[in-house]
Design a binder for this molecule. Structure first.
Ligand SMILES: O=S(=O)(CCO)c1ccc(-c2ccc(C3CCCC3)c([C@H]3C[C@H]3c3ccccn3)c2)cc1
Length: 240
């Protein structure tokens, strides 16, 4: 089949992001600080500035009982659910559906005073990853979101400042088979979620304001999103 012009970039960025997401926080270089902890959820960030703008990389690790990596990635990738869990989203448009696992989105996020409103254009790709090491182990699933250009929606043409981001959601399903050989239920599955993101705010915004926003919003986002998936799937057959 004829390749979409974005495909080589999608494939390269997905492989690069998954490799980094698999690395433990200790292997990801120095300077990571734990900035939020809630039960199984641990959030780390590194303070980094590019041209005087805060671009703090974020890495979160969470383990959620009762859901699978395939289910988590479906609810993160599929646009029809996004308004349900993405609280800072003001508007979302699907600019292009490249394939059933690759789409291009335009999103405007709610304005964070005193910064001006932001928008973002990104491709989003969902993929099942071969479970290299232990053959019979459950698969891993990932969604990678990466900023891209859109000739119909040039950066900074309207009221919004264009931001640039790379996000990787990497999910590993864990099954703990019941001792008595009864069929597997949601009590026997859990999902290890690694969420990595780097957001360049695109234009100046006070470092203190951005860091306060991230400190407040990222923990809220991951808790709300995972709780949403638990609630959506609880009475449904398990999707491995
Ligand atoms: O994982 S995703 O791909 C999910 C698809 O939606 C993603 C996540 C986060 C963002 C994002 C981008 C920029 C900002 C800031 C930067 C300066 C002013 C707005 C924020 C602020 C709104 C805060 C925020 C932080 C973390 C999580 C959600 N909300 C969030 C975009 C996409």
């Amino acid at each position: 089949a004829v390749q979409h012009p974005l495909w080589p970039e999608v494939d390269r960025v997905v492989k690069q992001q998954v490799t980094m997401a698999k690395m433990g926080i200790g292997e990801c270089g120095t300077g990571w600080q734990l900035f939020a902890e809630d039960g199984e959820m641990k959030m780390y960030r590194r303070e980094e500035e590019v041209d005087g703008m805060v671009v703090d990389p974020l890495k979160a690790v969470h383990v959620v009982k009762g859901i699978t990596g395939h289910e988590v990635c479906n609810y993160f990738f599929n646009p029809k659910y996004r308004y349900d869990w993405e609280t800072t989203l003001e508007h979302m448009t699907v600019l292009e559906t490249i394939s059933d696992d690759t789409m291009v989105f335009l999103q405007t996020h709610k304005r964070i005073w005193p910064a001006s409103q932001r928008d973002v254009v990104f491709w989003s790709h969902m993929r099942k990853l071969p479970n290299g090491q232990d053959r019979d182990g459950p698969d891993m699933w990932t969604v990678v979101n990466n900023s891209t250009e859109s000739s119909e929606h040039p950066a900074n043409a309207g009221k919004c400042v264009r931001i640039y981001l790379t996000v990787c959601l990497l999910c590993q399903t864990r099954v703990h088979p019941p001792k008595d050989g009864t069929p597997i239920s949601r009590d026997n599955v859990s999902c290890k979620i690694t969420y990595c993101s780097v957001v360049n705010p695109g234009g100046w915004a006070p470092a203190s304001v951005l860091r306060a926003v991230y400190k407040r919003e990222y923990p809220k986002f991951l808790k709300r999103f995972t709780a949403y998936v638990v609630n959506q799937t609880k009475n449904q057959p398990i999707l491995f």
